[in-house]
Design a protein around this ligand. Structure first.
Ligand SMILES: NC(=O)c1ccc[n+]([C@@H]2O[C@H](COP(=O)([O-])OP(=O)(O)OC[C@H]3O[C@@H](n4cnc5c(N)ncnc54)[C@H](OP(=O)(O)O)[C@@H]3O)[C@@H](O)[C@H]2O)c1
Length: 316
């Protein structure tokens, strides 16, 4: 059996479970591609999601350990399984791996060919790996769940983060008026992404600065989410990804409230690659760590502040 370098968790838990070690190198099954991973990226809280540890989307059933984390990647097709016509060996691809499969904190990952898209050609693998999960979350929040229209007013709760940096750029690109909340050190950064108004969430109350908003994209949850209902106009929508909103509170305010889990969507990834290559969306990378230091990346996600994504460099 051939092996590869990988980061794995042998038991459920947090970053302390992650070990850099040799693991079996996967083989592409029928309809799959084997990708030589160049870079992968990580998401806060993913080690707490039940589907990270099991074979089912609802987290039921037997444990899947040992598991490989980091489910967004950029790399090169190293081999194709039976029946795969596209992409071909040698093509640069990127994508989001469903969380019930092993992730990409490894030299190789096998996944259905139908889930990958051609990597944007104008950015390197580290920046491409910072796109799939975060940009798809932003795209699905705005386009699929909010049905955003040009001229509408969007409030992005958490505009400087991994997902928020795409929500701000995509919403502005779709012709919306964008307000966002962020830390004091990130106000100019978020304005540079396309927000007209950026509110320092630690020192200002967003309710004092925005009202009659059409769409709130909430990337924070908790009290921030609850308080967000009051700034929506009747008929508006709150789209949340960090925590499910209270439907009774939504009904009380006469608004719609949606929680969703991001889904792989290669067609949307192709559209996003086009926006990146046209210079209309830029991936934001906070820092790049070597594969062997993946655990430190997950520890940093639990503690510090950052702009955009933490990326793992796997191979040159
Ligand atoms: N449901 C899904 O499919 C899905 C998909 C992707 C992500 N998520 C979840 O969505 C959340 C966001 O992910 P992410 O990758 O964007 O995380 P992130 O990079 O940590 O970004 C979160 C942002 O929120 C800001 N923030 C923290 N407290 C705030 C507050 N009270 N008001 C306004 N902003 C505040 C942070 O700013 P500072 O760092 O400056 O404090 C940070 O910029 C995470 O919980 C993640 O697990 C869910």
């Amino acid at each position: 059996m051939s092996t590869m370098h990988a980061v794995r968790a042998h038991a459920r838990g947090g970053p302390e479970q992650l070990v850099y070690e040799q693991a079996p190198r996967p083989e592409p099954g029928p309809g799959e591609v084997l990708v030589a991973v160049k870079a992968a990226s990580m998401t806060p809280d993913e080690l707490t999601w039940p589907e990270t540890w099991t074979y089912t989307a609802d987290g039921t059933g037997p444990e899947r350990t040992p598991v490989i984390p980091s489910h967004e990647f950029s790399g090169v097709v190293a081999a194709t399984g039976e029946g795969v016509r596209s992409p071909a060996e040698g093509e640069a691809v990127y994508g989001l791996i469903p969380f019930v499969h092993d992730g990409a904190a490894a030299e190789y990952v096998a996944l259905p060919a139908a889930l990958v898209a051609a990597k944007p050609s104008t950015v390197d693998h580290e920046h491409a790996a910072a796109i799939p999960l975060a940009a798809l979350s932003a795209w699905q929040a705005l386009v699929v769940h909010a049905g955003l229209q040009p001229g509408q007013h969007v409030l992005v709760q958490g505009g400087a983060g991994g997902v928020g940096s795409y929500v701000v750029q995509l919403a502005a690109g779709l012709g919306a008026r964008v307000s966002a909340t962020a830390s004091a050190a990130d106000l100019d950064f978020v304005r540079g992404l396309g927000a007209e108004q950026v509110i320092d969430y630690a020192n200002q109350r967003f309710e004092d600065h925005v009202r009659d908003v059409d769409v709130v994209v909430d990337l924070v949850g908790g009290a921030t989410q609850t308080r967000s209902f009051a700034v929506l106009k009747p008929g508006g929508v709150l789209v949340a990804i960090a925590a499910p909103p209270d439907q009774q509170e939504a009904a009380r305010h006469g608004v719609r409230a949606v929680f969703f889990i991001v889904e792989p969507d290669p067609q949307a990834l192709r559209a996003i690659a086009g926006l990146v290559d046209d210079g209309r969306v830029r991936p934001v990378v906070d820092r790049v760590l070597p594969l062997a230091e993946t655990r430190a990346g997950y520890e940093a996600l639990e503690k510090g502040k950052r702009r955009g994504k933490i990326v793992i460099h796997v191979a040159d």
